[in-house]
Ligand binder design. Structure first.
Ligand code: ATP
Length: 350
């Protein structure tokens, strides 16, 4: 298995609209900046997917409010997420980039699907158990409980051929397929059953200070996480201070050298140089040189990204327009599906 992400080669299928298969993916606006794990583990694929697909990429603000959010911060983070997506290469011409709450069909379909979901079935979703375990189930919102059903609506509205999902989302996609099948069976064939496209070859980025845990916005210490919008000099410093073992051999070995292996994964992902080539290039040179040069690679990568994001954030009118037009494109597709659904369940036309 490769150490780093290869450009995805998802299954293809005939598209409804543009002659390209539709693909749908979302990300929550729950931090001021995406981090290297988000980028190398997920968002980089978004850029690649738009080459041969018709993508609908959304910022999941409705999912975000399943736990308490500061309203001003939430709004700001949605815009920051959009700016970062564009800065990393998601092209608003080829991909519809939109904010979930701007397409009301998501909430509308979610309600219909909730009425098709068994309570016990929803209960079996393990992510709710994980996420609510900290403060106890009683303190969790009903929104957090029904989150996978909203996710099913997000997907089914666009009748995509496949959905890129991480291993942790597999169970939710199964629920999506079950609900689609149930609806099709009870009423009339309306939904396409989306295939999971498990992004197996993606890089899993580990915490720089604790290379046994994944890099994560909620669990990593400031020194363990590289935020895409960090000052590039700070990011280079974090790389130089990353925890490694007491040896000096730059070699990929997840068991014995998790820290160095993680840095090799990052290096390889940012430069597209195979890990074996990097091992050769740094043979006999020690960790100091390796970390310093990886720091330079990181600076070179994040500087233009950060500049572009900040520039986009200065130009709110353009950003608003991108989101408005993305929402319009998304709504055109979503509302067609919703109209079929409303008709089939027996709602009186408005
Ligand atoms: P949390 O701290 O709440 O778990 P997170 O920072 O880990 O959040 P998510 O919002 O859960 O990030 O994930 C967004 C996307 O980024 C998902 O597709 C997830 O698989 C991916 N991702 C997050 N962290 C990593 C990581 N360390 N390595 C690879 N992919 C990651």
């Amino acid at each position: 298995m490769p150490h780093v992400t290869d450009a995805p080669t998802p299954p293809t299928a005939p598209s409804a609209a543009a002659g390209r298969p539709r693909v749908l993916s979302g990300i929550q606006p729950t931090a001021d900046s995406f981090h290297f794990g988000n980028y190398l583990g997920a968002l980089r694929q978004w850029v690649a997917l738009q080459e041969e697909h018709e993508p609908f990429f959304f910022i999941a603000d409705m999912h975000a409010i399943t736990v308490e959010q500061d309203p001003r911060q939430l709004r700001e983070r949605c815009l920051r997420a959009a700016a970062q997506l564009i800065a990393m290469g998601v092209d608003p011409e080829r991909s519809a980039i939109f904010v979930q709450s701007q397409v009301p069909a998501h909430a509308q379909l979610a309600w219909v699907l909730q009425c098709l979901t068994g309570f016990g079935e929803a209960r079996r979703m393990t992510q709710f158990k994980d996420k609510s375990s900290k403060n106890g189930e009683g303190a969790a919102s009903v929104g957090l409980f029904t989150y996978p059903i909203l996710q099913a609506a997000d997907i089914l509205l666009y009748r995509p051929a496949f959905v890129p999902v991480g291993e942790d989302q597999r169970q939710h996609l199964e629920l999506t397929r079950d609900l689609a099948q149930r609806f099709n069976h009870r009423y009339k064939k309306t939904f396409r059953l989306p295939e999971p496209y498990i992004l197996k070859a993606t890089a899993k980025i580990l915490d720089l200070q604790d290379p046994h845990a994944k890099m994560s916005k909620s669990a990593s210490s400031p020194g363990g996480i590289i935020e895409m919008l960090d000052d590039p000099k700070l990011s280079a410093k974090k790389i130089r201070s990353a925890v490694t073992d007491s040896g000096s051999d730059v070699r990929f070995d997840e068991e014995e050298k998790p820290g160095i292996s993680n840095l090799l994964t990052i290096y390889s992902a940012l430069t597209d140089r195979p890990v074996s080539e990097l091992e050769e290039a740094y043979a006999g040179r020690g960790y100091g040189d390796f970390k310093k040069e990886l720091g330079e690679v990181v600076v070179e990568f994040v500087t233009p990204f950060r500049d572009r994001t900040l520039e986009l954030l200065e130009d709110r009118a353009t950003l608003d327009e991108v989101l408005r037009s993305g929402a319009k494109r998304a709504a055109e597709v979503a509302e067609r599906t919703l109209a079929d659904v409303y008709d089939r369940v027996g709602f009186v036309p408005a």
